[in-house]
Design a protein around this ligand. Structure first.
Ligand SMILES: [Zn+2]
Length: 212
C-alpha cells in the first residue's frame, strides 16, 4: 500500500506534511504506528505529529505536573478497577446509572508515583491552552493545503485553521460524514465515511464538491 507521504513525495518532493489531531483517544497514533511498522519506519519521523488536546491515557500530577502514560488495559488504581463496569441505564443521557455510581474516597483516588499528588487526566479541558501551539501555528501559517477530516469544526483554535490557510491563499478540503460549520467555504468537500472518502481522494479519485 502506498502511504500519503509517498504520494506527497512523488507529486511535490519539497512539500512537508503536518498531522494535527484533536482526538485524545490515541487511535490516530496507533494507526500511524501500524502504517509505519508495515513500512519499517518510525511514524514520528514520517511527519510532525501533534495531539493538541492531550491524551486520555496520560495522567498529569496536580501537584508536580509530572506527566505519565498508562495502558488502556490496566486500571490506574484498585478503586477505579471497579469503575470499569459502570452500572448502565439506557434512559440516562450518559448511559450510566448515576444513582448507582459509588463515591470513591479521596484516599483511594490515583496518586502520583513521584510526589503522591492527585492525578488528573492528561487532556486539555475547556479554558486551558491546547498543546504544541507554537509548532501548530507555524505549520498553519505556512500551509498551502489544509485537509479537515472528521470534525464538527466548532472547537477553537482548531476550527480556525482552515480559515487561516484560506486567508493566506491556501486551499481547503473538508472530509466529513455530514455538512458542518463553514464547509460551504471549502474548495473541496467530500461527504461520507472518511475511511472511504479520504483514501479515494488521496489515491486518485477526482471527486470534488458539487451542488453546494
Ligand atoms: Zn507529582
Amino acid at each position: 500500500m502506498i502511504s500519503f507521504p509517498d504520494i506527497l513525495k512523488s507529486i511535490a518532493p519539497e512539500a512537508t506534511f503536518t498531522f494535527v489531531t484533536q482526538n485524545v483517544d490515541g487511535l490516530s497514533t496507533r494507526a500511524l504506528q501500524e502504517v509505519a511498522a508495515r513500512e519499517g519506519a518510525d511514524h514520528r519521523q514520517a511527519a510532525p505529529y501533534y495531539e493538541m488536546h492531550g491524551r486520555v491515557l496520560d495522567t498529569i500530577c496536580t501537584a508536580c505536573e509530572r506527566r505519565a502514560h498508562h495502558s488502556a488495559n490496566e486500571p490506574l488504581c484498585p478503586a477505579l478497577a471497579a469503575a470499569g463496569a459502570l452500572p448502565t441505564d439506557p434512559t440516562s443521557p450518559s448511559g450510566v446509572d448515576t444513582d448507582e455510581v459509588r463515591d470513591i474516597p479521596l484516599a483511594q483516588l490515583p496518586r502520583c508515583a513521584a510526589c503522591g499528588g492527585l492525578l488528573r487526566p492528561g487532556v486539555v479541558w475547556f479554558g486551558e491552552q491546547p498543546l504544541h501551539m507554537d509548532e501548530i501555528d507555524e505549520a498553519v501559517a505556512a500551509a498551502d493545503l489544509c485537509l479537515v477530516v472528521g470534525t464538527s469544526s466548532t472547537v477553537y483554535p482548531a476550527a480556525g485553521y482552515a480559515y487561516e490557510v484560506a486567508d493566506h491563499g491556501g486551499k481547503v478540503a473538508v472530509f466529513n460524514l455530514e455538512r458542518t460549520e463553514g464547509d460551504d467555504e471549502a474548495d473541496f468537500l467530500f461527504l461520507g465515511p472518511c475511511e472511504q472518502t479520504l483514501p479515494e481522494a488521496l489515491f486518485g479519485s477526482t471527486e470534488v464538491k458539487s451542488d453546494l
